[in-house]
Design a binder for this molecule. Structure first.
Ligand code: KG4
Length: 340
């Protein structure tokens, strides 16, 4: 008999529920929150209210699409953190209540582990292609920029991480600064496709080891745009494609420099990426190019698994469930974990 897991994700501004049977995805429903667009960033109070509205319909829809009755579930996996506390509270409380009502175990999942394990979600009629252990995962999202060594679905080691902003934050803040809109990543990605990545250069950090820094490149862009607009008020409008292409290339160079270093240091050639920024077309192309040049096996998640989704929470929860790990009814959400 299959283990059927309901995954619930509510760490930021997407309410998502997914059902997997063993490792095979049966449904993955995501309700995104457009309400934040007007504010140029996620407003935590509005996010938790939207989760509260969405959680019951989203879970019902996920069960319906999967053709699974609540009584057939083996366990419920939910994101316990990191994320916005008010948002996490909705998913955590819902998982606990449903688990109690159905008398089935609940499993708490670290959202970052979900992103890292997204490649293990299997889909009907899609050939299985999964990284072999140990592998390196470049985890890049709105809140994280890390290189993680993964030795098993339950063993993760940070090799490097950002000491200031996350790369997604750099995309978002710079897009806002240039008046391009929110969320910045997809907008800059789209404009960059039409621009010249070599036209402008921006400062790159010199951080020892495998850590990242993105605050310098952000400041470099800020001063550059400010100075150029002082000379020509239409500079942004005339050059936005080239600015985006050059800025995106700088971010990708920074990410890849350290990833290449990590691969050399560890001798690992199984390389995956995860997190919202892994949707970036420039980064995906560059990963494939470097992979071909360096003999890496590169694993790029499908677009639907790059941003926040409950399928990745269900698969991470499934591995914990198999290992006999469960959460208690006193499980409380956390905005940050000190470690994995
Ligand atoms: O993983 P995610 O959905 O949420 C967390 O931060 O946990 O990632 C959101 C981030 C945002 O910063 C967004 O701008 C970025 O992912 N993003 C992208 C692209 N699509 C989403 N960044 C660059 N290029 C994209 N195509």
């Amino acid at each position: 008999m299959s283990d059927i897991i309901l995954g619930i994700e509510s760490s930021c501004d997407d309410t998502s529920a997914a059902v997997i049977a063993d490792r095979v995805l049966l449904s993955n429903v995501i309700a995104s929150q457009d309400v934040h667009r007007a504010y140029g960033g996620v407003v935590p109070e509005l996010a938790s209210r939207a989760h509260e509205l969405n959680i019951v319909p989203v879970v019902s829809e996920a069960l319906n699409r999967a053709g699974v009755k609540a009584s057939e579930l083996s366990a419920i996996a939910f994101t316990r953190g990191p994320g916005l506390l008010g948002s996490l509270l909705v998913g955590t409380s819902f998982a606990k209540s449903l688990g109690l009502a159905l008398d089935i175990p609940i499993v708490d999942v670290n959202h970052l582990q979900g992103h890292i394990l997204a490649s293990f979600v299997r889909q009907k009629d899609v050939p299985v292609r999964e990284p072999k252990f140990p592998y390196l995962c470049l985890l890049v999202s709105g809140g994280n920029s890390q290189i993680v060594r993964v030795d098993s679905p339950l063993e993760f080691t940070f090799l490097g991480q950002t000491i200031d902003d996350a790369v997604g934050e750099a995309f978002d803040k710079c897009s806002k600064m240039m008046g391009l809109g929110y969320p910045g990543g997809p907008i800059i990605d789209r404009l960059a496709k039409q621009g010249d990545p070599k036209r402008f250069t921006f400062a790159k950090p010199h951080i020892p080891g495998l850590d990242y820094s993105f605050s310098g490149v952000k400041t470099s862009l800020l001063y550059f745009v400010r100075d150029q607009i002082a000379l020509d008020p239409d500079f942004m409008e005339k050059n936005k494609e080239d600015i985006c292409a050059s800025f995106q290339k700088t971010l990708i160079d920074i990410l890849l420099d350290k990833l290449i270093k990590a691969a050399k240091q560890t001798g690992i050639r199984e390389i995956a990426i995860g997190g919202g920024v892994s949707a970036n077309s420039g980064l995906r192309n560059r990963m494939l190019e470097e992979g071909a040049r360096r003999g890496w096996n590169v694993y790029l998640p499908e677009f639907k698994f790059t941003t926040d989704n409950a399928a990745m929470i269900a698969i991470a929860g499934y591995f914990h469930y198999l290992a006999g790990e469960k959460a208690g009814l006193d499980a409380a959400p956390v905005s940050r974990f000190a470690d994995f």
